[in-house]
Design a protein around this ligand. Structure first.
Ligand SMILES: *Cc1c(COP(=O)(O)O)cnc(C)c1O
Length: 373
């Protein structure tokens, strides 16, 4: 008998959240208001008191961080080719030049040696990505940034709840951007937040998220920077407030599921099937995703189709950004970042969400093994 479809990701929304959203909807104030302020305060408390501002995505957060840093035309920003395309798009959005550095085949994160090699006199910032919630070597990242006087915009979209040497990602460092998109460990349906360094940056973040407007008194409205429309609603913020009650449990549950994946695959899996498991990190990663890299003999589309036929949903995060048309038109081509190209071709995301049970993991692993045989 075939079992129910197991998606690769699914948000967990409890009845308390649904009731809280209803309350906001009935309250007469549904856009940015008291819930947004409370959510920002809660996130700030969670991140050791650093200043946090919320937005309507984890994409505009990074664009705004680049604007606050004064990065624009003529400036180079180094990032990874293996991320959601948003990470590179924001560099183009502010008129700066994206520079890619290849990834480490083991962590699948940006290779910090390659970052150093890519630095030129025009380099102004680095955007590292913590793929599936696994951070890069944060000590090394910030020592490179300090040595070359670069800003860091951490694309921590997937890394809320991840840590480095016992400190939460976002609780130290320069800018950190998180996403609350539906598939992320903590969601507001859509949304994001940016951790900034001081009150001046926070004021600028507020301006950029709402048309550049500053107000003082009843008729003192002024606009002195070109902002957009990026504010979070109270409807979204109240979802986030409820979700944050569970963040520690969610992280623990995901780590337990990841452990179960390793146990179910078993020690000989990589040797026998030629596939590559993720780094077995149960200390730093929040296990936003559990990703494996398929052997070259197995085309990803065939794998995904066969898994689908066994009622297992498989995700694909991510194709190498530099090979997308928009980037090829800017001179990037096949062969430039060979590690990213292979990973971008062969990586797949197995089911991972906090409502999963161990039997779901076993089902997914059995299916992977039968398809790879
Ligand atoms: C989700 C995600 C983003 C974008 O976040 P949105 O909230 O969807 O705009 C950016 N980078 C990475 C690595 C992500 O996973």
């Amino acid at each position: 008998m075939s079992q129910a479809f197991l998606p690769f990701s699914r948000p967990t929304i409890d009845e308390e959240t649904i009731a809280a959203v209803g309350e906001v909807l009935r309250s007469g104030w549904i856009t940015s208001g008291p819930k947004v302020q409370a959510f920002e305060k809660l996130l700030s408390d969670y991140l050791s008191g650093r200043i946090v501002r919320t937005f309507n995505s984890g994409t505009c957060t990074m664009e705004i961080a680049l604007r606050i840093a004064g990065i624009g035309p003529g400036d180079e920003v180094i990032t990874t080719p293996i991320s959601w395309v948003a990470t590179a798009n924001v560099i183009l959005e502010v008129g700066a030049t994206p520079v890619f550095a290849d990834i480490d085949p083991v962590t699948r994160n940006i290779d910090l040696d390659k970052v150093e090699a890519a630095i030129t006199p025009a380099t102004r910032a680095i955007i590292p990505v913590y793929l599936s919630g696994l951070p890069v070597d944060m000590d090394r990242l910030y020592s490179i940034a300090a040595k070359h006087n670069l800003r860091v915009v951490e694309d921590a979209a997937q890394a809320l709840g991840s840590t480095w040497k016992g400190k939460r990602i976002g609780s130290f460092g320069d800018f950190a951007s998180f996403s609350f998109q539906a598939n992320k460990n903590i969601t507001t349906a859509e949304g994001g937040c940016l951790v900034v360094n001081n009150a001046d940056e926070a004021r600028l973040a507020e301006k950029y998220r709402l048309q550049g407007v500053t107000r003082s008194g009843f008729d003192g409205l002024e606009v002195d920077v070109l902002g957009g429309k990026f504010n979070m609603t109270d409807v979204a913020a109240v979802i986030g407030l409820c979700q944050m009650q569970h963040i520690d449990a969610v992280t623990e549950k995901r780590r337990a599921l990841a452990k179960r994946y390793f146990a179910a695959f078993g020690k000989g899996f990589e040797q026998e099937f030629g596939a590559q498991l993720p780094v077995a990190d149960f200390e730093n990663s929040n296990w936003h995703m559990f990703q494996i890299v398929l052997p070259d003999r197995m085309p990803r589309a065939v794998f995904m189709e066969k898994m689908q036929a066994q009622n297992i949903g498989i995700g694909y995060h991510y194709p190498a950004i530099h090979l997308l048309k928009l980037y090829r038109e800017r001179g990037f081509k096949e062969g430039m970042y060979p590690v990213a190209e292979r990973v971008g071709r062969q990586i797949v995301t197995l089911p991972m969400f906090s409502a999963m049970v161990e039997n779901d993991v076993d089902r997914a692993v059995d299916a992977v093994k039968s398809v790879l045989k």
